[in-house]
Write a protein that binds this ligand. Structure first.
Ligand code: FMN
Length: 183
């Protein structure tokens, strides 16, 4: 049984790190980080994901270019990361798809969010910084990484030893986001 205070501490400590050193991530740590994604729950256990682990410097550079916008100052840090995980949405299984159609929900997007947070939390536990990134040129990424055009790239996650300061969490007040028994 894990210490509940430690889990909350880990969750609170995880932050979007946007500055990395060039230190490599050890293979065993990276393996556990990926495993945390693979072990995530998903609707009907569909596991509608594929994680592309990008480690080649040339590809990192190209992925960084596809996810930054110089004019907006967006995501200019991506190229510093020694590893980038690219999260592809795969077809969910039949049950998840039927359930989602009946209930008018796309469970696979929810599943991908959960897997991605698992990845970031395991990274935090390994002493490695991360940042989920949703702003990128999807078509460019598909070309760079040979991703079939019909597959959606939902998120990329940068991983690396962080050089960012630990920040105070900025969250909406408890009463604005939580209620008991009624809306
Ligand atoms: C779906 C998603 C997309 C995001 N996209 C970006 C992004 O493109 N660039 C970026 O710098 N941060 C991105 N973030 C990070 C958020 O800005 C960050 O999680 C939020 O401000 C809360 O800060 P914290 O992660 O440090 O607690 C994204 C986060 C999520 C969950």
């Amino acid at each position: 049984m894990s210490d509940p205070l430690k889990i909350l501490e880990l969750i609170t400590q995880r932050q979007s790190d946007r500055k990395y050193s060039d230190r490599e991530i050890e293979k065993e740590k990276l393996d556990r980080i990926i495993e945390a994604g693979r072990m995530a729950p998903s609707a009907c256990n569909a596991q509608p994901w594929k994680f592309i682990v990008v480690t080649e410097p040339d590809l990192i550079k190209k992925v960084a270019e596809a996810s930054s916008a110089k004019l907006l100052g967006m995501n200019s840090f991506v190229g510093q990361a020694p590893v980038i995980l690219v999260v592809i949405r795969e077809q969910p299984n039949f049950s998840s798809k039927i359930g989602g159609t009946i209930r008018k929900k796309d469970y696979s997007l929810i599943d991908i969010g959960i897997a991605s947070e698992n990845i970031c939390l395991q990274a935090e536990a390994e002493g490695i910084g991360s940042c989920m990134i949703g702003w990128f040129d999807e078509r460019k990424l598909q070309k760079i990484l040979d991703i079939p055009i019909r597959k959606r790239v939902e998120l990329i996650i940068t991983l690396g030893y962080s050089l960012s300061e630990q920040r105070e969490k900025r969250r909406k007040p408890f009463n604005e986001t939580v209620s008991f028994n009624r809306y």
